[in-house]
Structures are given as structure tokens and as C-alpha cells.
Design a protein around this ligand. Structure first.
Ligand SMILES: Cc1cc2nc3c(=O)[nH]c(=O)nc-3n(C[C@H](O)[C@H](O)[C@H](O)COP(=O)(O)OP(=O)(O)OC[C@H]3O[C@@H](n4cnc5c(N)ncnc54)[C@H](O)[C@@H]3O)c2cc1C
Length: 659
């Protein structure tokens, strides 16, 4: 079904293009396509969803990526068209044979493929513990992986916001934190939590995640419902958890089930090996069987929230062991008394964030290994706000060098993996294939790429890599010139239930104070609203398999042009806030889209501890082969900046131990 949007309406939304075609991915159209897509090779899938007629090596173009803002990240907003086009050349088989004319780019002791937290920590571990030289390759124009930021200047205010990885808790052992020169404890970091210029005080959360559904006490959250019985067709309900959803237009049974789930205590006996037991079923099966959730509205509440937090998809496909961090199932973890799971760290377990999210941490790691790479001193202000000196990333003679915009397309041993002493890494940079040689390699990207890139892995390993499935997320940062429309509603965060709409949540973040300065926090001044958008409304509870849901969701992400995304978010904001003084033409100063096609691994039952006596795929991948080891957050099954660092460090230690 195609919906034509009138030019008048586009004009009202502040869109310059008067005729944007909006494809409707909700409901039957895309769901029906699931089985067909499953049989298509990835390029076919992408081409089928791309309206533009491009050459085969240009699946998507700049009109797909959209503007990237200003600063060091301005050409690196999510997976841009350059990143996607290079990656798809691998899937398409372009590099099945080593081409002629490969540029010899030198020899290193360690090559790390991937420049997110896992790769940065892998390189840092070599910097700290290894001897010789290390080269880090990443396919984006900027380091950080999913921990990047967007920047814009609006009415003289420099705004930062996360592209992905955002909130952090203190690392469990403080060790890495100290090594990167970050403040020694929470007391040394401060946030501006009180907004100026509000009629009444507002609770503002410290990061984008905590108030999505975990700690409602940190924010004043408004829930937006479509409601045909009300005069303007909708209803805002403030902080409904506080009074059992009394004013929400929901059936009484749904309200009861929501409250039961939220306050559930597990009193039944359960196996001592509760983790493996939970890993034997889906989260939805657990909620149905042990919590008694029957109503689809409860899953509509949960699905986008859990998808945006960890697995990218909903309750019906993920392992209940991952569910143990979410409502209902978390009661088992609590009842187990397992110290790993029972929250006892007080203020150090709070979720907080840097101006550009966890980009602030990634920049500290880079500054530690490559002091000249970020201008200024090694202090909070300079590391967070200093400009990158691109030349300093890849200088001859440095122990660690970083080469960006470089997609590894082939990794293979020089001879049999069991006996070879050298690995060859071919990468694509500026359209040309280059090759480096190394004693060892850490693959610090996800298995969706690795399984196509490592060419001589044993069958057991490629089989294990094939059991990793991934889901997409779209992160939008919308700069608004003011947020009086939210203040008028008395809210700092908004959650909406609108299957026909776009997104599901956004909110303010308390800005970090650095050297006494912070981004504005005043309803009359600009701010950046961050939207983490999974595609659960398209696929969850559809009956499609995990693999089908993954493909349909990713196709939905890929199919939209930037203009379409812009249209949808303007429309959504107008529907929610138009009656409260929001005017998209006047109030939106910029929209940056960051697409992550494989944002998260989707852990199916058995992902953590294996099934039918077979080892879990992640354990097989962690072993590696020959001189190649694997370290990526997805191997933990809980993707966080901390788990990424643990996996990257472990992989380099494996290499060093085998040398
Ligand atoms: C939208 C979103 C929000 C998140 N929010 C949080 C949060 O609030 N807090 C938190 O702790 N975590 C969060 N995370 C989890 C996040 O995954 C981790 O924090 C961390 O950033 C992952 O680091 P990584 O190095 O394991 O993976 P990545 O960041 O994925 O880094 C891997 C890098 O390797 C590159 N690569 C892969 N293959 C190749 C190749 N062949 N050649 C060259 N380069 C390659 C990739 O493109 C990427 O740049 C979020 C994730 C997403 C997607």
C-alpha cells in the first residue's frame, strides 16, 4: 500500500520536497514478504527495497544517508552509504578471489579488524601488554563503532547526542576506567539535573535509557495514546505506573497484567541452574507460563522497549535468559540471589551519559593509545570536545596505528591455519584493495561480516557464526529550537503507542557539566531529542521466525530514503505535540539519521548455554582458529560498552598467549 502525502501537508510539516512517497511497512505488506526475503541474497533484498536505479556497486547513495551534522562525526552518521556499499561488495562475492594489483601495506604483529569498544580495547591491550606493532582497521570514517555522536549548532548552542551506545555504569573493577584517565568515581562527574525556566520542577533522567521502562522514578514521562473518544483524538497520560494506569484508555485486564508484570515476585521452585533453564525458552513463553500474561497490549508495551535496549526484536523470539534483565523474568534472577545479578552497587549502578553518549569513553581510549589523535590535554574537557587530528591516527613508528574507512574483505592464513605463522588481511580503502600481513588477527566486528571475511575457518566455526542473527535500529537525533511543548505537558520524556506511527520513545537527558559548562536545559532553548527506533511494530507477534523477523526488520530500515525518515518523524512529532505549541516548520533545526543494520545480536533460546548438549555458538567462536581470534560485544549476549571491552581484551590476550 502506498500513501501519497499532499503538498499542503508536507508544507505544514516543514518539508522542502513537496511530494514524498511514504511506503507503508506496517501490517500485511512487509510481513507477507518475509518468506520471500528469506530466500534472497542480501544484495537482492536490498535492491528489491531500493527505489533508485543505481549501478550494482552503489546500492545506496547520499540521499539514503542524509546530512551528518558538524564536527568529527559529520561524515560518519551510522552505517553510511559508503559503509553499506563496501560491505555488500563482500556479500556479493566480489572478493571471492584475491584480485590483481593489491597494494602491499606492510606487516604488523597484530591486526585488529573493528574500531568499536571491542577493537579499541583489543588494540589497547596490545599497547599495554604486547611487543611490536598493531594496526586497527575500521570501515567507518570515524572510530568508535556504535559509540559515536552527532553534533549540531543551533542558535549558538553546540549540541551533542549519541548515535548508539549511550548510557554507562561504572565498570565493575574500575581498572579500565583508571587506565583511560577517566575520573576515579561518580563524585568527580556532575550533571545538570535541574532545568531552568520551567513553571514547575521536572524530573530529568541522566541518560536516554533509564526511563524507557526501567526506572520510572527518574523522569516525568507522558504516555501518548490514540483515543477516538477524546475531542482531539488522543490522550496524554502522565506517569501511569504511579496509579496503575488509571487514566489510560486500556481494558482493565491489560492494566492489571501490566502491574502484575512490573511487580512480579517469583515464589515457585526453579532449577539450581536457573540460567540454563531460562535459556531453554523464549521470554514470551516465560511471561505466559509463569507470570500469566495473556494480553497482546502487554507485549506491545514491552517489545520496543526491550528491542531498543538489547536484542533489536521482541519477547517472542529472544531467550528468557536475556529477559532476566526485563520485567517479570528479572524476578527469577532476584530470587536466585546470584551476586552477579542482584544489584548491590548503589550509586555506581546508575545509568548516566556523556554529552555524545559513550563516544566520550571511546575517545578516552584513543587518547590513551594515541595522545596526538585528539587535540589538547588528557582531561575531560579536551578529550570530549577536542578535534581529531586525522594524520596522527596512522603514523609510521607508532605502536598502535588506526586506519579508518578500511573494510577488511579477506582474512586468511599464509598456508594451513594450524601451521602458518602469518595471516594476510586484504582491505578496501578508497576503492582500492590493500593487503597487510600480521602474526595474529583479532576480528572485533560481528559475525554477520566475519563469516564472509575469514576465508579459511573450519566448518564448525563457520556453522557457529551462522547462528548469530541480527536486528536493526535507527537512531534519530532531532534538534529542536525549544521544548516548551513538552514543558506545557509537564513531561521530560514521551512514550507513544501508535502502530501506524513512527518510533515509540524520546526524552530529555540531563547534560553533563564539564568545567562548569553544559548544554542548555531550559524549555526556551534548543535541545537534541534522541529516538531509538527498532522495527518491532512491523514484525513482533507476527508468527514469523526469528530469521524472517530479522530480515523483514532490516529491509524496513534499508528501504527508507532519508527524506522518508524526515517526513515520518516530523509527522509523528506534529501528531503528538502540535496541540501544545509545536510547529515543525519553525521548531525543527536539524534531523540526523544513524542506521545500524545489525545493531544487536538476537539471542534465541540456547544462544547462551547451547542446546541438546551442543556447545553454545558463542563459545565455539570465542575459541577462534589458527592465528585468528574473535572479540565482539555480541559474544557476551549482553551488548554493553563494558562487555565489549571484556571480549576485546580476552581476544588479544589469547593471541599474546599463543605467540
Ligand atoms: C542503538 C544502540 C544503542 C546502544 N546503547 C548502549 C548503551 O546505552 N550503553 C551501552 O553500554 N551499550 C549500548 N549499546 C551496545 C553497543 O553494542 C556497545 O556499547 C558497544 O558500542 C559495542 O562495541 P563493539 O566494538 O563490540 O561493536 P561495534 O560498535 O559494532 O564495533 C565493531 C566495528 O567493527 C566494524 N567492522 C565490522 N566488520 C568489519 C570489517 N570487515 N572491516 C572493517 N571494519 C569492520 C564495524 O563497522 C564497527 O565499526 C548500544 C548499541 C546500539 C546499536
Amino acid at each position: 500500500m502506498k500513501k501519497r502525502v499532499s503538498a499542503d501537508f508536507d508544507e505544514q510539516l516543514g518539508l522542502s520536497d513537496p511530494a514524498i512517497t511514504r511506503r507503508d511497512f506496517v501490517g500485511g505488506t512487509m510481513l507477507g514478504a518475509g518468506a520471500v526475503l528469506l530466500d534472497m541474497a542480501a544484495p537482492g533484498m536490498l535492491r528489491a527495497s531500493e527505489s533508485a536505479n543505481r549501478p550494482v556497486d552503489q546500492l545506496v547513495g547520499p540521499d539514503w544517508t542524509g546530512p551528518g551534522g558538524i564536527g568529527d562525526y559529520n561524515k560518519s552518521n551510522g552505517n553510511t552509504h559508503e559503509v553499506v556499499n563496501a560491505a555488500h561488495s563482500v556479500y556479493r562475492g566480489t572478493w571471492a578471489q584475491l584480485p590483481a594489483g593489491v597494494v602491499d601495506a606492510g606487516r604488523f604483529d597484530l591486526v585488529v579488524v573493528g574500531g568499536g569498544f571491542s577493537g579499541l580495547m583489543a588494540a589497547y591491550t596490545f599497547y599495554r601488554d604486547g611487543n611490536g606493532s598493531c594496526l586497527l582497521l575500521d570501515n567507518h570514517p570515524m572510530f568508535g563503532g556504535e559509540a559515536k555522536q552527532n553534533e549540531l549548532i543551533v542558535d549558538g548552542h553546540h549540541l551533542h547526542a549519541p548515535q548508539g551506545s549511550n548510557g554507562f555504569t561504572w565498570p565493575p573493577d574500575h581498572r579500565t576506567w583508571d587506565e583511560f584517565g577517566l575520573p576515579k568515581n561518580f563524585d568527580e562527574l556532575q550533571w545538570q539535573r535541574k532545568a531552568s525556566g520551567t513553571v514547575a520542577p521536572l524530573r530529568i533522567p541522566d541518560d536516554s535509557y533509564s526511563s524507557m521502562g526501567f526506572d520510572m522514578s527518574e523522569a516525568d514521562t507522558g504516555f501518548f495514546y490514540r483515543d477516538p473518544s477524546s475531542a482531539n483524538g488522543h490522550r496524554w497520560v502522565k506517569d501511569p505506573w504511579a496509579n496503575g494506569f488509571r487514566d489510560a484508555p486500556l481494558p482493565e485486564l491489560v492494566k492489571r497484567e501490566l502491574m502484575t508484570m512490573q511487580h512480579f515476585e517469583y515464589r515457585e521452585p526453579f532449577p539450581a541452574d536457573w540460567k540454563r533453564w531460562m535459556d531453554s525458552m523464549t521470554y514470551k513463553e516465560f511471561l505466559q507460563k509463569y507470570v500469566g500474561i495473556t494480553r497482546s497490549e502487554v507485549y506491545d508495551y514491552l517489545d520496543p522497549m526491550i528491542a531498543a535496549t538489547f536484542p533489536g526484536l521482541g519477547c517472542d523470539v529472544i531467550s528468557a535468559y536475556m529477559g532476566a534483565v526485563f520485567p517479570g523474568a528479572s524476578a527469577v534472577a532476584t530470587a536466585s540471589g546470584d551476586p552477579e545479578w542482584v544489584d548491590s552497587e548503589g550509586s555506581e549502578s546508575l545509568y548516566v551519559s556523556f554529552p555524545g553518549g559513550n563516544a566520550g569513553i571511546a575517545r578516552h581510549i584513543v587518547k590513551t593509545m594515541l595522545p596526538g589523535a585528539i587535540e589538547g590535554e588528557h582531561n575531560l574537557n579536551d578529550v570530549v570536545y577536542g578535534r581529531v587530528d586525522w594524520k596522527a591516527l596512522d603514523r609510521e613508528g607508532q605502536k598502535v596505528r588506526m586506519r579508518l574507512g578500511s573494510t577488511a574483505v579477506r582474512v586468511e592464513h599464509a598456508g594451513s591455519p594450524d601451521a602458518a605463522t602469518e595471516v594476510h588481511i586484504t582491505y578496501l580503502k578508497d576503492g582500492k584493495p590493500h593487503r597487510v600481513r600480521a602474526k595474529g588477527v583479532v576480528m572485533a566486528g560481528g559475525q554477520w561480516m566475519n563469516r564472509h571475511v575469514v576465508r579459511d575457518a573450519p566448518e564448525s566455526l563457520t556453522h557457529a557464526m551462522g547462528q548469530f542473527h541480527h536486528a536493526p535500529i535507527l537512531t534519530l537525533n532531532v534538534a529542536v529550537k525549544h521544548w516548551r511543548f513538552m514543558e506545557k505537558l509537564g513531561i521530560s520524556c514521551a512514550r507513544w503507542f501508535d502502530r501506524e506511527g513512527f518510533g515509540w520513545y524520546t526524552g530529555l537527558r540531563a547534560p553533563m557539566l564539564i568545567d562548569g559548562k553544559h548544554m542548555p536545559l531550559d524549555p526556551s532553548k534548543p535541545t537534541m531529542l534522541t529516538f531509538y527506533i527498532p522495527f518491532t511494530s512491523t514484525v513482533s507477534q507476527s508468527g514469523l521466525t526469528l530469521e524472517q523477523q530479522s530480515l523483514v526488520a532490516r529491509t524496513a530500515l534499508f528501504s527508507m530514503s532519508y527524506a522518508e525518515i524526515e517526513h515520518k518523524i516530523r509527522e509523528q512529532l506534529t501528531a503528538m505535540f502540535g496541540d501544545y505549541g509545536f510547529d515543525p516548520r519553525r521548531d525543527i533545526a536539524g534531523i540526523i539519521s544513524n542506521r545500524w543494520g545489525h545493531a544487536y545480536v538476537i539471542p534465541q533460546p540456547g544462544f547462551y548455554f547451547g542446546r541438546d548438549g551442543a556447545p553454545a555458538p558463542r563459545e565455539v567462536v570465542r575459541e577462534g582458529y589458527g592465528q585468528v581470534r574473535f572479540g565482539h560485544s555480541e559474544l557476551s549476549g549482553f551488548q554493553l560498552w563494558t562487555t565489549s571491552c571484556e571480549e576485546g581484551e580476552r581476544a588479544t590476550k589469547q593471541i599474546l598467549a599463543s605467540a
